[in-house]
Design a protein around this ligand. Structure first.
Ligand SMILES: Nc1nc2c(ncn2[C@@H]2O[C@H](COP(=O)(O)OP(=O)(O)OP(=O)(O)O)[C@@H](O)[C@H]2O)c(=O)[nH]1
Ligand SMILES: [Mg+2]
Length: 421
């Protein structure tokens, strides 16, 4: 398996501080997990996390996300670091911030402010390779920017000057040269957005024609949370060389390969991974990438069983699938990375209740097999464990679907001799 691990070569990586909330709906443990993930995202984008701040609040403060005191504490920390000549490059918030929050926080902290969404967008921009992905990312970035544009012009805004990004409402006190500039910026961006949308529509049309010309083959899509091993599995099954690495969102563009197991060819696609707190808007921008998933006959839902949050990740993926209109498709859950699974063994005389941290792999497998019957598999794509079993299960399912969908096509393999993806 070809693995292109690359090392970020900046001499001095930018440093980042993370901020998250502990709320009624997100307890401390959850918040820490979210921040771990946010740190991984920051790392993927090339930043080094030097500090985390959390605060207990019923809900995010609408003006500054955290409370006044906490903001002061962060400010003090940034100041101390600067004094010590370790200037912090950015502060990253775990939830999407409003224009108002960004403006106020930036005004206080005087440092680059990012939120989970803009960080993900940044990684997407870094990853985008094809015209399609680049166009989708640019559109998503403008969608994010547009409602936040006014913050550049705050010096002209008076009290109560609204959050209304649209003309009319909220523009009182904003008129004048600043308003004209803002309107111009908005118009330029809106024009650019409609151009990008046209381009995407054009690409969509081409792609959908391409898909129609693919012939009578069952389509299987690899879906799952980011970094679970979808591309590694794709490489294994299709003997292809899709970029796989231990970074989030290694894959942005969908790749489709023809795979043949025994005598049966089918199409396998590898696509962008999902993540928590991904705004629906952003998911929408990847419509054409996700068409492959939407039109698939069978989903292989890859799960990283060695990840402590894998159950929540399954839920996030199922929810995202429902959001894009791909729920209810035949699905096999492929639990990957069994080689890396760890658990806390309980001593015989330990009478505290067993939790999921105490389940051995065998017990965990039993639980899921009872729930999903033959619709789950346990493999290690990297160590090539249970690959033959997986192939035979996938083969069985694809064959079933093939016979249903193309009943007159008995000569599965021969028919496709001249077939090219
Ligand atoms: N221990 C272990 N690691 C694995 C296994 N399969 C994949 N990995 C590693 O997990 C990391 C992510 O693998 P990818 O194949 O890039 O994952 P992906 O789901 O395509 O990720 P994105 O494209 O970023 O969404 C890589 O470092 C792989 O080497 C496995 O079976 N066991
Ligand atoms: Mg991938």
């Amino acid at each position: 398996m070809a693995m292109k691990e690359f090392v970020i070569s900046e001499v001095q990586a930018e440093t980042a501080v993370l901020v998250g909330l502990i709320t009624k709906t997100q307890d401390e443990r959850k918040t820490n997990e979210y921040l771990d993930e946010l740190a991984f995202l920051a790392e993927t984008a090339g930043a080094v996390v030097v500090k985390r701040f959390t605060q207990k609040l019923d809900q995010a403060n609408s003006v500054t996300y955290v409370g006044k005191g906490k903001l002061e504490e962060i400010k003090q920390y940034l100041h101390d670091e600067e004094e010590a000549e370790r200037e912090v490059g950015m502060v990253i918030f775990d939830d999407e911030l409003s224009a108002k929050q960004i403006r106020n926080i930036e005004g206080e902290l005087k440092v680059k402010i990012l939120d989970r969404t803009s960080l993900i967008l940044d990684i997407f921009a870094m990853r985008a390779q094809t015209a399609n992905a680049k166009t989708q990312v640019e559109l998503a970035q403008y969608k994010y920017m547009l409602p936040r544009l006014q913050r550049l012009w705050t010096h002209l805004e008076r009290q109560g000057g609204g959050s209304g990004a649209g003309g009319g409402k909220g523009s009182v006190g904003l008129r004048g040269p600043g308003e004209t500039q803002l309107e111009m910026d908005r118009r330029i961006i809106l024009n650019r957005m409609s151009l990008l949308k046209e381009r995407l529509a054009e690409i969509d049309k081409q792609k959908s024609t391409q898909r129609k010309n693919r012939g009578r083959l069952i389509r299987v899509a690899l879906v799952g949370y980011t970094n679970v091993g979808k591309s590694t599995l794709m490489n294994l099954l299709a003997k292809s060389e899709v970029f796989a690495e231990n970074k989030l969102f290694a894959t942005l563009d969908t790749t489709v390969r023809k795979v043949i197991i025994e005598n049966l060819p089918f199409l396998l696609s590898d696509t962008v991974g999902f993540i928590r707190k991904l705004p629906t808007d952003l998911v929408d921008s990847f419509k054409s990438t996700l068409d492959e998933v939407r039109e698939a006959d069978l989903l292989l839902h890859v799960v990283d069983i060695s990840h402590p949050d894998f159950e929540e990740q399954i839920e996030v993926v199922n929810k995202t699938l429902a959001d894009i209109g791909a729920a209810g498709k035949p699905m096999i859950i492929v639990f990957n990375k069994i080689d890396a699974y760890t658990y806390v063994e309980k001593a015989e005389d330990d009478l505290t209740p067993r939790t999921k941290e105490n389940l051995s792999l065998e017990e965990l497998m039993k639980t899921w097999m009872a729930r999903l019957e033959e619709n789950c598999l346990f493999i290690s794509a990297r160590e090539r464990q249970n690959i033959e079993e997986m192939k035979s299960v996938v083969y069985g399912r694809v064959k079933e679907l093939h016979v249903q969908k193309y009943p007159y096509n008995d000569f599965l393999y021969q028919t496709f001799d001249n077939y090219e993806v």
